[in-house]
Design a protein around this ligand. Structure first.
Ligand code: PMT
Length: 381
């Protein structure tokens, strides 16, 4: 009998196999090549200037139920976190690549779109048939306009849209890989609300799913199969039911950290509705994916407070001063080690204050340290 020879072939990497399978099975968005070209030019321009660049993802991803999509499932997100964060990143000296859900909020225009007032309410007729800002709004509008123009004219803002979960993942992978020349100066700030479940293309109807069986005889006559996405025996007639059977979306954060962007700093968000599990879930995500920061937020209080969970340090709550009183604070203080910012360092009672104005400087501080550490380590090697 022959001795068995130890195989030299390494065991297959399951994350890479899942990635390979997902990206082959789910077609890329039609504009991927165009977006990739724009992203490459933008990234290379800022890499050459030695400027830090952040990829901000924003808005919800859709899960189409049909290939020619009439119906889809959506994830909650207006895009406020992403669009607001993008403005503060620009203010902090970053170039911003803003990958967002089509028609969700955008940096700068967010102040006047999707608001309860129509944008026309901010305008009035001026002299000689012109249109000007209303007196009460002019100062703020001028400030927003100047910042917007500066971002555009200095080529510091690139805006790219996605719609579905597979569009998002294709775009994210390509852009993250293009960010390689930035090394540690690349920052990924993943605020998009990413679907955890989807319909794989081989089980997706080509056409609009029918709500009655009116077309069944036509289909039978042409021997075309009647689409059916479930295999149970419904008690309610088929014509009245829609049972949607979703597969889990592979978790690509690991591939992002290890393969797509191994030198960049990666910040993910964790959204929960139950305060008692938020920090635990954020810490779990950090341990599992080994990235650099998870920002936890609750659906109900996300505009007032977030918690930073990062390796080797205590959880840090960041909170607007206005949220320093009331039920939400007491509830959270009782359960979790809480280190709020000192309210004396913040302007009091400013209605214009946004929590992203506190989040971004704190992220930048971590990113600066990350770059320093990376450079020191490189010098030693
Ligand atoms: O836009 P707003 O209305 O202001 O709302 C902002 C927000 C609440 C949506 C935002 O602050 C937020 O929390 N975004 C993340 C929501 C989310 O997708 O959480 P999650 O628990 O499903 O995913 C956590 C992280 O895992 C995400 O950063 C995502 O990039 C990543 N992920 C998720 C699924 C998946 N298949 N692969 C992933 O890598």
């Amino acid at each position: 009998m022959m001795d068995s020879i130890p195989s030299e072939t390494p065991p297959p990497n399951l994350d890479e196999l899942a990635e390979d399978h997902y990206f082959k099975a789910n077609p890329p968005p039609k504009d991927l090549a165009k977006h990739t070209k724009l992203a490459r030019e933008f990234i290379d321009f800022h890499a050459a200037a030695g400027r830090p660049l952040v990829l901000v993802t924003s808005g919800g991803t859709t899960v189409p139920l049909e290939k020619q999509t009439v119906r889809f499932i959506d994830n909650f997100s207006a895009g406020t976190r992403g669009a607001t964060s993008a403005e503060y990143f620009l203010e902090a000296g970053y170039a911003v690549l803003f990958l967002h859900r089509q028609f969700s909020l955008l940096p700068f225009s967010r102040h006047y779109s999707h608001s309860t007032d129509c944008f026309l309410d901010f305008l009035k007729e001026g002299p000689n048939g012109s249109v000007v800002a209303r007196d009460d709004d002019a100062a703020k509008m001028l400030d927003v306009l100047r910042k917007y123009r500066h971002a555009r004219e200095s080529n510091r803002l690139l805006v790219l849209p996605f719609v579905s979960i597979s569009d998002y993942l294709h775009e994210l992978r390509s852009i993250a890989q293009l960010m390689t020349p930035l090394g540690p100066r690349g920052l990924l700030y993943l605020a998009a609300a990413v679907s955890d479940f989807f319909v794989p293309p081989d089980r997706m109807s080509e056409h609009k799913i029918q709500s009655t069986n009116a077309v069944d005889p036509i289909k039978a006559a042409t021997t075309e199969e009647v689409f059916d996405n479930f295999d149970s025996s419904p008690a309610v007639p088929r014509s009245k039911r829609l049972v949607v059977d979703l597969d889990p979306v592979p978790k690509f954060l690991k591939n992002l950290v290890e393969g797509w962007s191994p030198e960049g700093m990666i910040v993910s968000f964790k959204l929960e509705t139950d305060p008692s599990i938020l920090v635990h879930k954020a810490r779990y995500s950090l341990d599992r994916y080994q990235h650099h920061l998870v920002i936890g937020n609750l659906l109900s209080t996300r505009k007032w407070e977030v918690v930073f969970v990062s390796p080797g340090v205590a959880d840090r709550w960041i909170r607007l001063p206005a949220a320093g009183k009331g039920e939400a604070d007491e509830r959270i203080d009782g359960v979790i080690k809480d280190e709020p910012l000192d309210p004396r360092t913040l302007p009091e009672g400013d209605p214009e204050m946004e929590i992203e104005g506190l989040i971004i400087p704190a992220v930048k501080e971590m990113h600066d340290k990350y770059i320093e550490k990376f450079v020191r380590r490189q010098k030693k090697e």
